[in-house]
Write a protein that binds this ligand. Structure first.
Ligand SMILES: Cc1ncc(COP(=O)(O)O)c(C=O)c1O
Length: 472
């Protein structure tokens, strides 16, 4: 099949077909299974001559679309999964239409949109304008930037420009209690090492940092530079480190404070700056995901730091053909990618269209619905709540009162598989205090009471009412 500029004459047909597929997909989100577990794809050979548009659409419609999950739907409760609002979805569609490369200023307004989106994010979270940042592909990328800029800071304290000279001579110690797996990955990628963390004890039966232990271990450390990785919302228990106290200790030791608030930062939208995130404004760098609770499509995060100069020192590589006379650093000099998608647009449109209160309304609702379901589980004879619901995560397992721990673990995993196979909701596994649990997290803007009723009905059906035991 020959392609040339004239293909755009068929644009109208493409629009109609892709709109039809979009509407069809959206219409089925509520009725189809949330996750498609048994999937397959026929062996297809790479076409030598290309494939007719109608045949492409047929393959997409028959082989791919029916096997996609309803991750954007209201009952996909695994991991921390946001949906995507209509505005964010269509803005993201336009990102492809516009196809801007937001690497540097000078050829369009796109960089200014990203700057404004970052400013609005600061306003949304009531963070000072001393922070600045950029859009990334998500939380992992933000944590990676966090480790890179922290390492640049550590080098600066020792007269080493890490970006230029490497980490070989760097003397740095990392302190953390419950770092997200992506931070461990980031430490490896940053050359500091996945095993480099000095573990700070958690407060009894939580994932929260024991600040006294942090003080003791930092005082005992002889490292020339120190980095503390704190959590604003751990992924399992949704615990928050006491950031104000942690910031005090960091100040005393001139340590870099990176806070992972991938989804927990949204607690600030619900409860303001004196809630669980109090003190985050004193961090040196912050991770926040947009494809989680901001409900924009994958993949999108925002990295924030008070040290743009060090971020630029970490990522800027001068090249004559890329030079321009802008006084603010270009986005390509602040992160991994040189060429960058216009991923600020869906964020900008979301903040514009829904405003602070619109976003707060779905965060509040998700928290309230999670508590409702957690209370129901706690009162049920068949299930037990493994940890009080702090925000939007529920940890539960089957009632294990007359089972050994091992039996209860096995039955809990079996139960989770049954729940996911049923397809009315989708949840993920977790571990709590060494025991298997089911982890359910609600971060979708459109989840409502009817979804909670569906979950209760499913959990009731899976329970054996006669013996008060869960059938697995
Ligand atoms: C606390 C926290 N940090 C980082 C991440 C990684 O984010 P992403 O999957 O967007 O890379 C997650 C994802 O669940 C998370 O919950």
């Amino acid at each position: 099949m020959k392609r040339n500029k004239k293909e755009w004459d068929e644009f109208q047909i493409y629009l109609e077909e892709f709109s039809r597929l979009s509407q069809q997909f959206m219409a089925r989100l509520d009725t189809e299974k949330v996750a498609k577990i048994d999937v397959s794809l026929p062996e297809l050979l790479l076409p030598e001559q290309g494939t007719d548009f109608s045949k492409c659409i047929e393959l997409l419609e028959k082989q791919i679309i029916p096997q996609l999950s309803a991750a954007r739907g209201s009952r996909y409760w695994a991991f921390v999964t946001g949906g995507a609002t209509p505005i964010a979805t269509m803005a993201d569609w336009l990102v492809s239409i516009f196809d801007q490369n937001v690497h540097k200023a000078g050829d369009s307004v796109a960089s200014l949109v990203e700057h404004q989106a970052i400013d609005w994010m600061l306003e949304l979270f009531d963070l000072p304008r001393t922070f600045n940042g950029l859009m990334t592909t998500g939380g992992t990328a933000c944590n990676f930037l966090g480790m890179c800029v922290a390492r640049q800071y550590a080098g600066k304290l020792q007269g080493i420009d890490v970006a230029k000279e490497g980490v070989f001579a760097l003397d740095v110690e990392i302190f953390s209690t419950t770092p997200h797996a992506s931070t461990i990955k980031a430490l490896g990628m940053a050359g500091i090492g996945q095993k480099s963390i000095t573990k700070i004890t958690s407060i009894n039966h939580t994932e929260k940092m024991d600040v006294d232990d942090l003080k003791a271990k930092m005082s005992a450390s002889h490292a020339k530079a120190k980095i503390v990785i704190a959590s604003a919302g751990t992924v399992t228990a949704t615990d928050f480190d006491e950031l104000d106290k942690v910031a005090d200790v960091c100040k005393q030791h001139k340590a870099w404070l990176h806070v992972d608030g991938a989804f927990g930062l949204f607690e600030r939208v619900a409860n303001g700056s004196n809630g669980k995130t109090k003190g985050i404004e004193r961090a040196d760098s912050i991770t926040v995901d947009c494809h989680k609770w901001l409900n924009v499509p994958y993949d999108c995060g925002t990295f924030l730091t008070r040290h743009l100069d060090l971020l630029e020192a970490s990522f800027d590589v001068p090249a004559r053909y890329l030079a321009n006379d802008s006084s603010t650093p270009d986005f390509m000099s602040l992160g991994v990618e040189n060429s960058r998608r216009f991923r600020a647009l869906p964020v900008w449109m979301t903040l514009l269209a829904y405003g602070k209160q619109g976003i707060k309304s779905w965060v509040d609702k998700n928290i309230q619905l999670s508590k409702t379901l957690a209370d129901w589980i706690e009162q049920s004879e068949d299930y037990e709540l493994s940890y009080p619901c702090q925000m939007n995560v529920i940890l539960f397992r089957i009632n294990a009162s007359d089972l050994t721990n091992e039996e209860a673990d096995r039955k809990t995993i079996e139960l989770m598989n049954k729940i996911n196979k049923d397809g009315r909701i989708f949840v993920s596994p977790g571990q709590w205090q060494g025991r298997e649990v089911i982890r359910l997290c609600i971060s979708n803007w459109q989840t409502d009471d009817s979804d909670i009723e569906i979950a209760k009905k499913l959990l009731t059906e899976l329970a054996d009412s006669k013996s008060s035991r869960v059938q697995t």
